[in-house]
Design a protein around this ligand. Structure first.
Ligand code: NAD
Length: 414
């Protein structure tokens, strides 16, 4: 993942060598701070268990570092660095006053009991207290963590301060009842939907009847699938970490959501036939939405992909080599830093809401999200056309240019 993130950055930096000092470009391509933290948690079995956590602040020229907490058994400091770098570009592109950051906790969220997960998340909050602050680093959910965990983090922080509420926002994606914002949970998937609608309109294609494959049926994938289905698209393929589903006539994403809420997995869903998890990526469809994890579309499978549009719900799902193959074949890619930026945009609304002790309605949130996503899609598309770049290169150019401009505006100390 770090290789992909670095290569995407290098491609953008090359275009700006005449505009910005090479040392500045080097600086914005390098994380500001990378920390590894040991967590020792007393779990329900009465034993002390050791876990590792990482926090990376990539860049804060535009504002405090923003980025989710990924809890996976194989997450590495390099993955977290790649994701933090991506967050820098995403915040810059979507136009929120944040820099990029990310956390990782090396643990299997699915294997922990709810009680043990709560203990671990609280331990993370306690040990990461020096890093988490409205002006420094503000976490949010990512793979393996959710709204509930963000509630525990806020509670752990206020508990350690001996108060009920904080001044300013320490964490986003919290339950609405404790200062979260309505619509945050759906925001990333909704952003995927909005950018797909924009792409289809731009390409002169109809969303009604369009065949969609979604990889991953978690927060992002399940919402994107449901909303696209509600727009008249046919969800023909879905996968999760252990299986795939296919229904040529379109499966019911809402019913699948109920099945997953009960069983935790897509396996065993009656409304589709089973298909190999990775095979669904290369099946015939109009829109492919990789919404699971990184490096899923590679040199190995890129030439077999049949979709006309790829909507990157996940972070870093396409390797640079695959990008080249897809570009030559004329596949329209909505790059991750645009496609899945709805989550951080609504996190920004939550941040401002909490800072000003205001309350926003779901309608306001939806309207602002839709307006921002459409606007940024159009700007990226216009940049792509005028500079003769593909969508990823155009998005990266805009994002890196803004971060460098912020550094120049701040000036440099001797
Ligand atoms: P999640 O943990 O809720 O869901 C992840 C889903 O992917 C699960 O269904 C899991 O089974 C599936 N999965 C994992 N590995 C897979 C594989 N190899 N093949 C198929 N399915 C697989 O996570 P999420 O919050 O939905 O995040 C998904 C992606 O979107 C991640 O890349 C994340 O960084 C990105 N993202 C999330 C948000 C957000 O607000 N949650 C915002 C921006 C980007």
């Amino acid at each position: 993942m770090l290789d992909t993130a670095r290569e995407n950055f290098e491609n953008a930096a090359k275009m700006m060598r005449k505009t910005f000092d090479p040392q500045l470009l080097k600086r914005v391509g390098t994380p500001k701070e990378r920390s590894e933290i040991q967590l020792s948690s007393l779990l329900a079995d009465g034993k002390i268990h050791l876990f590792k956590a990482f926090i990376v602040q990539h860049n804060d020229a535009l504002g405090p570092c923003k980025g989710g907490i990924r809890m996976l058994p194989n997450v590495t400091l390099d993955d977290v660095s790649a994701l933090a770098m991506e967050m820098t570009w995403k915040c810059s592109l979507i136009g929120v006053p944040f820099g990029g950051g990310k956390s990782g906790i090396v643990a299997d969220a699915d294997a922990l009991s709810p009680d043990d997960k709560q203990r671990l998340v609280r331990r993370y909050a306690r040990n990461a207290l020096r890093h988490i602050h409205p002006l420094v680093y503000v976490p949010a959910p990512d793979m393996g963590t959710n709204e509930r965990d963000m509630g525990y983090i806020k509670d752990a922080i206020t508990f350690s301060m001996g108060v009920a509420a904080t001044q300013g926002c320490y964490v986003t994606g919290k339950p609405v009842i404790m200062g979260g914002i309505p619509g945050r949970r759906e925001a990333t998937g909704r952003g995927v939907e909005i950018t797909v609608l924009e792409a289809m309109k731009t390409l002169g294609r109809d969303i009604k009847g369009a065949r969609v494959v979604v990889q991953g049926f978690g927060n992002v994938g399940s919402v994107a699938a449901l909303l696209l289905q509600q727009r008249g698209a046919k969800i023909v393929g879905i996968s999760d970490v252990d299986s795939g589903l296919w229904n040529d006539g379109g499966l019911d994403a809402e019913a699948l959501g109920r099945h997953v809420a009960k069983t935790g997995r897509i396996k065993g869903f009656k409304g589709a036939k089973a298909m190999d998890r990775d095979k669904i990526l290369t099946q015939p469809c109009d829109i492919l939405a990789p919404s699971a994890t990184g490096n899923q579309i590679t040199e190995k499978n890129a030439s077999k992909i049949k979709a006309a549009v790829i909507a990157e719900g996940a972070n870093g799902p396409t390797t640079p080599g695959a990008d080249e193959i897809l570009d030559k074949r004329g596949v329209f890619i909505i790059p991750d830093i645009l496609c899945n930026a709805g989550g951080v945009f609504v996190s920004y609304l939550e941040y401002t809401q909490e800072t000003q002790a205001e309350q926003m309605t779901e309608e306001e949130v939806k309207a602002r999200l839709e307006q921002r996503m459409r606007d940024r899609f159009q700007r990226v598309y216009d940049t792509a056309r005028t500079k003769r770049l593909n969508m990823r290169k155009a998005a990266m150019h805009m994002a890196v240019h803004s971060v460098c401009t912020a550094h120049v505006a701040r000036g440099f100390l001797p």
